[in-house]
Design a protein around this ligand. Structure first.
Ligand code: SF4
Length: 463
C-alpha cells in the first residue's frame, strides 16, 4: 500500500470513531440540509433546471477550445490579459512574476479552491509577501494554520468555541466572544489590509465566453473589495469554468446558490469585464485571468470522466455523501474532497498514488442524486476503478485475495469441502486486518446452505 493510501486508511479509521467530529459535522450539515430543502422550493421545476444546466455544461466542455478562445478574444479586447498555464508550476511562476514586477508586498485573497490547488498562500509567504484571506471561514483556517475542510465551508469542522478560543489566543479578544463580535473584529482588521494591498487574487465562478467576463459570487462583500481596491486583480480559473453566454448566469447563479448554501441567490454577484476605465471610480489598473489546465485536458480524454469537468463547485455532493460525513475533509489528503474529489483527484494528482479514493465509496448514488449539473459521480468512480485495474495499480495482496475469492466461488468443491472452522480460519487470516479492530468478522455457519437443504429434503421425503 502506498503512503497516501495508508494515510487515508489511518485517518479514516481514527476520524470515523471520533464522536465529537461526528457531532460537529452532523450539526453543520444538518443546518445546510434544512436550508437547501427550503431553497429548492423556490423552483417550479428543479429537474428541468438541472437538465438544462447539465446539457449546457456538457456542450461547453465538448467545445472547450472554441469557448476559451472566444473568452480570450473578448476579454483582451477591453484591456484584460489572459495567461494560459499548463501546469501548477506555470501558474505559480506567472503569478509570482506579476507580483514581483508590481513590487507588491501585501496581497488580499478571496476564497478560491483553484488557488489552494496552486498552494498560492505558501508560495507567496515563502517569497516574503503578506497574504490575507478575506473570506471569514478561510481567514479562520489561515489563522489556525490549516487548509479548507470543505470546498464551500472551509471551517466546517470548527465549533463556535474553537473559533473564539483561536481569536482569543491570536488577538486577545474576549475568551468566549460571540460570532458577531468576531466577525466585526475581522471586518475591521481586513478593511485596513484591503487599503494596503497592491494585488487582489480571486477565483472565478464562471468565465463568460460571449462577452469575455468573469463572474464572481460571494456572501460577505470581501470579493468586491478584493477585486476593486488593489491596483492589480488576478483571477485564477480552471479552464472548465467557461460558460457560453452572459444569459446563462440566469440558470447557473441560482443553482449554485441553492445547492451551495440554500439561498435563492448569493448576496453579491459581480461580473467583471476587465480593468477599470479612466472614467470609472473603482476597479484595478490591470486585470489578469490565469487559465489553469493542470491535468484538466487529460480528464477530457476520458469519454466518461470528462463529465466531472461540468462541476460548479457547489459542495452538495460532499454534504450528501455518507463517507465524507464520516471521515471528514482532511482524510482525503487532497484539495478537493468528497465524491467530486474522489473522481478528479486521481487525475489531477496521479492515479498511482490517489486511485484508492475512487474505491472509498459505498456507491449509494446520493452524490449523483444531489448534483445540480447531474454528474453521475458514483458511476465515474466505477470508471476510475476500472482505469486503476487496467493500469494494474491495486495492491498485490488485494489482487491475490480477489483471485482466491474468484476461484473459491467458481468451484463447487471449494465451497463444499473444507469445514466451517477451516474456512473461518482462512477468512481470519486474510480479512482480519482490513476488517479493522472495531468490527467482528462474520462467521461461516457450521452447515452450508446446501447441507441444510439436503437435510430438509431428506426430512420431507421421510415424513
Ligand atoms: S460534483 Fe456536482 S454536487 Fe459535487 S460540487 Fe460539483 S456541482 Fe456540486
Amino acid at each position: 500500500m502506498n503512503s497516501t493510501a495508508y494515510y487515508f486508511q489511518e485517518q479514516a479509521a481514527r476520524i470515523s470513531f471520533d464522536p465529537e467530529h461526528r457531532r460537529r459535522i452532523d450539526f453543520n450539515i444538518g443546518k445546510y440540509d434544512q436550508a437547501v430543502l427550503r431553497g429548492k422550493q423556490h423552483y417550479r421545476d428543479l429537474e428541468l433546471a438541472k437538465c438544462r444546466a447539465a446539457n449546457l455544461k456538457s456542450k461547453t466542455i465538448n467545445k472547450l477550445d472554441t469557448y476559451l478562445a472566444e473568452f480570450e478574444r473578448n476579454f483582451t479586447s477591453r484591456g484584460g490579459k489572459v495567461i494560459w498555464a499548463q501546469s501548477e508550476r506555470d501558474a505559480q511562476k506567472e503569478i509570482l512574476q506579476i507580483i514581483k514586477k508590481a513590487k507588491a508586498t501585501v496581497i488580499v485573497k478571496q476564497k478560491s479552491m483553484v488557488t489552494e490547488e496552486l498552494g498560492l498562500n505558501q508560495l507567496l509567504e515563502k517569497n516574503r509577501r503578506e497574504v490575507f484571506e478575506t473570506d471569514l471561514g478561510e481567514y479562520i483556517v489561515q489563522l489556525a494554520g490549516e487548509k479548507p475542510y470543505h470546498i464551500v465551508t472551509p471551517a466546517m469542522h470548527k465549533s463556535r468555541e474553537d473559533v473564539s478560543a483561536l481569536f482569543h489566543e491570536k488577538f486577545g479578544i474576549a475568551e468566549h466572544a460571540p460570532p458577531e463580535e468576531i466577525a466585526a473584529f475581522v471586518r475591521e482588521k481586513l478593511r485596513k489590509e484591503f487599503i494596503r494591498a497592491d494585488v487582489g487574487i480571486t477565483g472565478a465562478n464562471f468565465l463568460i465566453a460571449d462577452c469575455g467576463a468573469v463572474a464572481l459570487t460571494e456572501n460577505e462583500g470581501n470579493g468586491i473589495l478584493t477585486m476593486a481596491f488593489p491596483r492589480i486583480h488576478i483571477a485564477v480559473a480552471g479552464i472548465e469554468k467557461v460558460i457560453p453566454s452572459l444569459e446563462d448566469l440566469d440558470l447557473f447563479l441560482p443553482l449554485l446558490a441553492t445547492f451551495g448554501t440554500g439561498q435563492r441567490l448569493t448576496a453579491y454577484n459581480n461580473v467583471l469585464f476587465g480593468p477599470g476605465k479612466p472614467d470609472e471610480q473603482s476597479g484595478p489598473e490591470q486585470m489578469y485571468v490565469v487559465l489553469l489546465d493542470n491535468h484538466r485536458t487529460e480528464v477530457l480524454n476520458y469519454k466518461e470522466q470528462r463529465k466531472a469537468l461540468s462541476c460548479i463547485r457547489c459542495g452538495a455532493c460532499l454534504n450528501g455523501c455518507p463517507i465524507y460525513r464520516n471521515i471528514g475533509g482532511y482524510t482525503y489528503g487532497t484539495v478537493y474532497s468528497g465524491p467530486i474529489g474522489s473522481v478528479i483527484s486521481p487525475h489531477f494528482k496521479g492515479f498511482k498514488d490517489y486511485n484508492h479514493l475512487s474505491f472509498a465509496s459505498s456507491l449509494c448514488g446520493k452524490c449523483s442524486e444531489e448534483c445540480p449539473v447531474k454528474i453521475p459521480l458514483h458511476e465515474l468512480l466505477l470508471y476510475n476503478r476500472r482505469e486503476a485495474v487496467m493500469r494494474k495499480y491495486p495492491a498485490f495482496m488485494w489482487k491475490k485475495a480477489i483471485q482466491g475469492w474468484n476461484f473459491v466461488m467458481l468451484h463447487r468443491w471449494t465451497l463444499d469441502r473444507p469445514g466451517a472452522s477451516l474456512k473461518n480460519r482462512a477468512i481470519k487470516m486474510v480479512a482480519k486486518k482490513p476488517w479493522g479492530p472495531r468490527r467482528t468478522l462474520p462467521k461461516i455457519a457450521q452447515k452450508s446452505f446446501k447441507e441444510r437443504w439436503m437435510e430438509q429434503q431428506s426430512i420431507n421425503r421421510n415424513a
